[in-house]
Design a protein around this ligand. Sequence first.
Ligand code: SF4
Length: 280
Amino acid sequence: MEPKEYDSGQKPAWCAGCGNFMLVHAVRQALAELGKDPDKVVITSGIGCGSKLPHFIKTYGFESLHGRPLTVAMGVKLANRELTVMAISGDGDAYGIGGNHFIHTCRKNPDITYIVQNNSVYGLTKGQYSPTSPKGFVSPTSPDGSVEPPVNPMAWAITTGATYVARAWYMDPQQLKDMIKGAIEHHGFSLVDVLMPCLTFNKVYGIDWYKERVYKLYGHDPNDRVAAMEKAMEMDKLPTGLFYQEKRDVYGDELPKLNGPLYRQDVTRIDLTKAMKPLR
Ligand code: SF4
């Protein structure tokens, strides 16, 4: 298949130069290279600039509540494990409002790919500081500078149980597509944290700021959890690539009743008499 076959025809209203343009193309490319049938792919999202992304990809999509793309993705996957399920949201959606869902989804390890557009600010709501904003970040909700240190999504994902943990830089389209493709192919919960500037509202982390810090992992063993944590804890530089990957039991696989889509289940063998009795 070709990437253009995943183009819904809808036009994004993102600011000129927004990293989401690169991301939407990378997702289409990854799906095309994997030959995914658009009818068998579901992309859920939360609320935010990047959470509009399902509108622009010709698969099934579900724009949910703020911070809740993973809950919907989990429901979809458990209802029909034959589907390729992806969730997309921004750093505020993923690591703030949906932070609790994020760590418990890592722990459960369902077969879902999670892509987070990490620009360290809430863009759609006009520039409030987010969980990945640096300490001291001046914004409408922190006029004297934020007093909280930022979260470390990579360390969070590795320690709470995600089984594919990658970071990509939006200006490296090959790497971005490869990390997303690897995440979709991985059987288990995958995080691809995508670094990109918000040109409109984040004047601290601009393109040059990233360019001085971003580098590609080289000679790193993604099966080595300790080495992955060392890379995750690097703060002065920003390594990109596949930090960590492991094979582990996947949530849903060990639930025999969910073997196959729910619509194909034989409901005649289920006796609801006992459950219905108190309701009569
Ligand atoms: Fe992109 Fe920021 Fe504009 Fe939103 S506000 S579309 S994140 S550049």
